[in-house]
Design a protein around this ligand. Structure first.
Ligand code: G3D
Ligand code: MG
Length: 192
C-alpha cells in the first residue's frame, strides 16, 4: 500500500504557553476553548495541556501552567520552544495587578522567550469594575516591556467565551510568524 505524502496534508503544531496568576481564569479559558463549556476548576497543580485545532493549517498545543506562587518557579521550565505566550489577567482584581505585572516582567526578561509574541487576555470582563484593555495595557506597562516583540491585548470572558475567538486568531497568526522566523534563522545557521 502506498503512503501519500503531500504538503497539503501537513498540519503544523505551535506551542502556546499560557501563564498568569492563580485564579486569573486560565483553566476555565482552556476548557472553554477546547470543549466550548464551563467546567468546575480546581487550583492547577502542575499543568494542563490541550490540543486545539484552528482549521488554519496549524494546531495549537496549549500549556496551562499553575499560577500559585510556589508553581511560578517552574514557569521557567516551560519557556523553551514557545511560539506564542498567552498571559491571563483577572481584570477585576485590581489589588493583584501589580503582582501580575511583576511576574510578566520577569518572564519577558528571560532569554528563552526573547522575541516571542505575547497576547494578554484581560479576562473576567463580566465582573463589575473590571478594567478595560487600555487601562490594563497601562498598568502592565506593555509598551515598555514588549517594545521588542509583537503583542496584543484582548478583553474577554472565559465563562461566556466572549473575546476568545478573536484572541486565539491573533495567537495563531503570531505563532505562525514566530515559527517562520525560527525556520529562517535555522536555515541561515545551517548555511554557515
Ligand atoms: P486559573 O486556572 O488561572 O487558576 P481558574 O483560574 O480557571 O481555575 O478560575 C478561577 C476562578 O475564576 C473560577 O471560579 C472560575 O470560574 C472563575 N472565572 C474564570 N474566568 C472567569 C470569567 O471570565 N468571569 C468570571 N466571573 N469568573 C471567571 P471559582 O469560583 O470556581 O474559584
Ligand atoms: Mg488552573
Amino acid at each position: 500500500m502506498g503512503f501519500i505524502h503531500s504538503k497539503q496534508f501537513t498540519v503544523k503544531q505551535a506551542q502556546i504557553l499560557m501563564l498568569g496568576l492563580d485564579s486569573a481564569g486560565k483553566s476555565t479559558l482552556l476548557y472553554m476553548l477546547k470543549f466550548n463549556d464551563v467546567f468546575l476548576t480546581l487550583p492547577t497543580i502542575g499543568f494542563n495541556v490541550e490540543m486545539i485545532e484552528t482549521g488554519a493549517g496549524i494546531s495549537l498545543t496549549v500549556w496551562d501552567v499553575g499560577g500559585q506562587r510556589k508553581m511560578r518557579t517552574v514557569w521557567e521550565n516551560h519557556l523553551e520552544n514557545t511560539d506564542s505566550l498567552v498571559y491571563v489577567v483577572d481584570s477585576a482584581n485590581i489589588q493583584r495587578l501589580e503582582e501580575s505585572k511583576k511576574e510578566l516582567e520577569i518572564i519577558l526578561k528571560n532569554e528563552k522567550i526573547k522575541n516571542v509574541p505575547v497576547v494578554v487576555l484581560a479576562n473576567k470582563q463580566d465582573l463589575p469594575g473590571a478594567l478595560g484593555a487600555e487601562e490594563i495595557t497601562k498598568r502592565l506597562n506593555m509598551k515598555k516591556h514588549c517594545h521588542d516583540r509583537n503583542w496584543y491585548i484582548q478583553p474577554c470572558c472565559a465563562v461566556t467565551g466572549e473575546g476568545l475567538s478573536e484572541a486565539f486568531q491573533k495567537v495563531t497568526s503570531f505563532a505562525k510568524s514566530c515559527m517562520k522566523s525560527k525556520q529562517e534563522a535555522f536555515a541561515i545557521f545551517r548555511q554557515h
